[in-house]
Design a protein around this ligand. Sequence first.
Ligand SMILES: C[S@@+](CC[C@H](N)C(=O)[O-])C[C@H]1O[C@@H](n2cnc3c(N)ncnc32)[C@H](O)[C@@H]1O
Length: 189
Amino acid sequence: MWRSEINDAVLDLVAAQRGERVVDIGAGMGAGVVVAGRSGAFVVAVEPTPFLRRVLRVRRLMQRARKRIDVVDGSAEQLPVDDRSADAIWAVNTMHHWVDTHRGAAEIARALKPGGRVVLVDEDFQNPSHPDYERVGSEHDSDDHHGFTLVDAASMGELLERAGLVDVEADERLLVSRPVIAVSARAPG
Ligand SMILES: C[S@@+](CC[C@H](N)C(=O)[O-])C[C@H]1O[C@@H](n2cnc3c(N)ncnc32)[C@H](O)[C@@H]1O
């Protein structure tokens, strides 16, 4: 949770640049936030869980980039950022928590600047080839949604497209040797 290879790989895809405004949806303990902060970007860490926001705020204080990091209450369905204000948005291992993926896609489209980019990645822990399958995935059969919305790449891609984003790519692939659902797109312009 402090650092994760999957967040490092997603941040490579996001390629946050110095001075950009970027948003981590469901930032957790900030594995992606600190990487983006080091790149010189201004980071909005959106986190709905009060305990995780507290942890992340303490972690923020230990970062050189702390003045460029904001930790805020919010969710995919309610992004606390202005319209057309984000150069890049990403989410790692949160899509399966979103209660309304339609609303989440609309929020991303609203918040992105023209030309802004989004990368959404969820690890597929229920795939036996996932290195943590025995520990996490095998406890739940595929019909056990344990209260979460199961997300598939194609339908999330469609939602982003319907929300007005372009260059949508949605697939299942390996990222740092882990099976993931990956969806990326950008705002037109
Ligand atoms: C498995 S953690 C991933 C945290 C972080 N992205 C990471 O990769 O370390 C899932 C996160 O999603 C957050 N979450 C839950 N519901 C959410 C929602 N509707 N929108 C955005 N994030 C949500 C949780 O609070 C938690 O921080």
